[in-house]
Design a protein around this ligand. Structure first.
Ligand SMILES: Nc1nc2c(ncn2[C@@H]2O[C@H](COP(=O)(O)OP(=O)(O)OP(=O)(O)O)[C@@H](O)[C@H]2O)c(=O)[nH]1
Ligand SMILES: [Mg+2]
Length: 401
């Protein structure tokens, strides 16, 4: 892959945010120059083998899920965490069938679980992690809650890198690129604590019967604006470095996943920044982790070559995302009265007069949970858990011998 080298890096305490980098070519010919980095495919492949892709899914069309599953490079493991309907129609059964068929045909490693499985709730309960459980000890609804389950399963597979891909993507080829972009980010990183966040080149919409290649979504634009304002007011140097505040498509090292707190549902992505700024930024109250402080946390923001074409979820979803994204910023330790007033102005149509943005539920780090023990509680117990191991690699190794 040929990818731009970031021109600038903003440093905020232990957090290094690299400026947006464009993917120049998905393939490359070994040509190097000071402005671009050439990453040979073999290097990407080494990372892919250490990467699990978690796919959170809720009531998406099975055609879309099928395309996304087939697009994930073979070397990665896939983990599907579904919160799809099971009552009227058992959509999860159909998803499980797709997973099973895909494994039969490809031998790729693939795991699946349903978010509402009582055994999943029990595994969290046994691990002493009840922050995402409801009163019946079931995992709450929410994308973030599903992602946390996925991260633990990835850790139980011994993966060093964990990435996410939405299930509602219409273009399987773009999902394949996202995964390669994650691998490229990890190839460039020097710290064991790093994160890769994707920015779409375009998010096309249908306008007057024709495709319009839109650059920015309304929620992303606002979230980025206020995350940048948070940084600017604290460093006193204006910046626009954050361009991936709502990046659902992102990946992080398992070591970083271990020390992060996660905000509920769709506020998980903007909260990554808020958490890192609050806890590891230059105004952090205490140094929590010496290893992190000395290694630094690297954030890469990569502009994809492919546009992002996904299912439109409607105005209500967009409003909820905007409200929960800006609420995380409003409740940051670093948010002063000026930024708070700007956020309130932005949200005035969504809040009643005098109403303040509610605080999102935040779930503490998962680093203390024994992921193997957690997964063992599901194996052989849970009705919805499936785990298909990779078959073909063994054959490859045998051939090499
Ligand atoms: N496991 C799980 N997945 C969910 C849940 N809610 C949504 N998802 C999935 O999370 C992914 C992202 O959700 P979308 O609704 O597409 O939201 P988005 O793409 O971030 O937002 P838009 O850009 O507004 O469409 C999709 O694959 C959803 O099916 C949930 O409660 N649990
Ligand atoms: Mg979507």
């Amino acid at each position: 892959m040929l990818i731009e080298i970031p021109r600038r890096t903003e440093i905020f305490g232990s957090v290094e945010i690299n400026e947006l980098q464009r993917v120049l070519k998905l393939d490359s010919g070994g040509f190097t120059n000071p402005r671009v980095k050439d990453i040979p495919f073999e290097e990407l492949k080494k990372v892919l083998r250490r990467l699990a892709i978690v796919i959170p899914v809720k009531d998406e069309s099975t055609q879309l899920l099928d395309g996304v599953l087939r697009s994930i490079p073979f070397d990665c493991s896939i983990i599907v965490v579904s919160n799809s309907e099971r009552d009227k129609h058992d959509l999860y059964k159909m998803e499980k069938d797709i997973i099973t068929k895909l494994h039969d045909l490809t031998q790729q490693e693939i795991l699946g679980i349903h978010q509402k499985d009582p055994d999943l709730g029990f595994a969290f309960y046994e691990a002493g992690y009840d922050y995402l459980l409801d009163k019946d000890n079931l995992v709450r609804d929410g994308k973030s809650e599903g992602m946390i389950a996925g991260m633990l399963l990835a850790k139980s597979l011994g993966k060093d890198f964990i990435g996410f891909a939405d299930a509602d993507n219409y273009v399987p080829g773009s999902v394949r690129e996202y995964v390669l972009d994650y691998a490229a980010g990890f190839c460039m990183s020097n710290s064991p604590y790093s994160m890769v966040r994707l920015h779409w080149r375009y998010k096309p919409k249908v306008v007057e019967d024709r495709l319009y290649f839109k650059r920015w979504g309304r929620v992303s634009e606002s979230t980025n604006k206020y995350l940048n304002l948070l940084l600017s007011t604290n460093t006193r140097f204006e910046t626009g470095v954050v361009l991936t505040g709502n990046a659902g498509e992102h990946a992080l090292t398992a070591k970083l996943a271990d020390i992060m707190s996660f905000s509920t549902d769709f506020s998980i992505e903007p909260y990554h920044f808020v958490y890192l700024f609050d806890v590891f930024g230059q105004k952090a109250k205490e140094i929590l982790d010496l290893d992190v402080a000395s290694s630094g946390i690297e954030i890469f923001q990569i502009e994809t070559l492919n546009p992002h074409i996904h299912e439109e979820k409607g105005e209500k979803h967009i409003k909820n995302m905007l409200l929960s994204s800006l609420s995380t910023i409003y409740h940051s330790d670093l948010c002063n009265d000026y930024v708070k007033s700007k956020v309130l102005d932005e949200l005035k149509e969504l809040l009643e007069t005098g109403e303040m943005p509610g605080e999102n539920i935040v779930m503490p780090p998962i680093g203390r949970i024994d992921a193997n023990k957690f997964t063992k509680l599901l194996e052989g117990q849970s009705e919805t858990f499936v785990k298909f191991e990779q078959g073909a690699i063994e054959r490859e190794v045998e051939n090499e011998e």
